[in-house]
Design a protein around this ligand. Structure first.
Ligand SMILES: CCCCCCCC(=O)SCCNC(=O)CCNC(=O)[C@H](O)C(C)(C)COP(=O)(O)OP(=O)(O)OC[C@H]1O[C@@H](n2cnc3c(N)ncnc32)[C@H](O)[C@@H]1OP(=O)(O)O
Length: 200
């Protein structure tokens, strides 16, 4: 790190503090089993308009949980015939990010720690499950795992994360203006809101 670079101010703790509280499912969260759909059609994780994206499909679960599926395609390789680790981390991140919708919170990934337990071949369907475990101020603690060979198959990847609640300005002030303008101009109110995971 150069002397000019700011010191990181963040903690690396993934364990909720003792006074963290249990997450509360938003009363208008989608019913268990309901497909969440893409929050933004250009999203690399879930958007239908990213040809090489993951096209991950998440469904609401009970409580503050979601499940998701991602099929590893040829474009997602790292080693020959195997999923790239960063792509698998993206699948975990996207699944964890979709928990925002169960809370109706706007939050971004602050920290994501991933364990890679088994190689994941191209063509595999990764079955993901994620849940919020605790909330403390703006910090949302969560975990996820991805299984192969079926929803009850062995765990191939797992992650722990801290998402941080932000205001919508986080996106408006930092995103590239072209995309922000296009997303804000969407005549569909729900889609406009969901591009930023905001309560409509
Ligand atoms: C629309 C949703 C799409 C979902 C897609 C999938 C999710 C994503 O990939 S999001 C994209 C990746 N993430 C990002 O780009 C985030 C970039 N980072 C940032 O913008 C900032 O660092 C941000 C907003 C996370 C935190 O900054 P800031 O708002 O200034 O928070 P700050 O005041 O420092 O910290 C708030 C609290 O969070 C904690 N915190 C902040 N960062 C971290 C971190 N990395 N790890 C652990 N805790 C953290 C702080 O310790 C603090 O805790 P406390 O309240 O107890 O003191």
């Amino acid at each position: 790190m150069s002397a000019a670079e700011p010191q990181t101010k963040q903690t690396t703790q993934l364990t909720p503090p003792a006074d963290a509280t249990a997450p509360v499912r938003h009363p208008e969260a989608p019913a268990p089993g309901e497909l969440l759909g893409a929050h933004y059609d250009r999203c690399f994780g879930c958007g239908g308009e990213q040809p090489h994206g993951l096209h991950l499909e998440a469904r609401a679960g009970e409580g503050v949980r979601v499940s998701a599926e991602f099929t590893v395609k040829e474009a997602h390789q790292g080693a020959p015939g195997l999923a790239h680790g960063g792509v698998l981390a993206t699948a975990l991140d996207e699944t964890l990010g979709s928990l925002n919708w169960m809370l109706h919170a706007i939050a971004v990934t602050g920290r994501l720690e991933t364990d890679f337990l088994r190689p994941v071949p191209v063509g595999t369907v990764l079955h993901l499950d994620a849940e919020v475990t605790a909330v403390h101020g703006r910090k949302i603690y969560s975990r996820a795992e991805g299984r192969i060979g079926g929803p009850d198959g062995p765990v191939a990847v797992r992650a722990q994360a801290v998402f941080i609640e932000v205001k919508v300005e986080h996106f408006i002030d930092n995103g590239r203006p072209e995309e922000i303008r296009a997303a804000m101009a969407d005549p569909d109110q729900l889609r406009r809101a969901r591009a930023f995971e905001v309560n409509p």
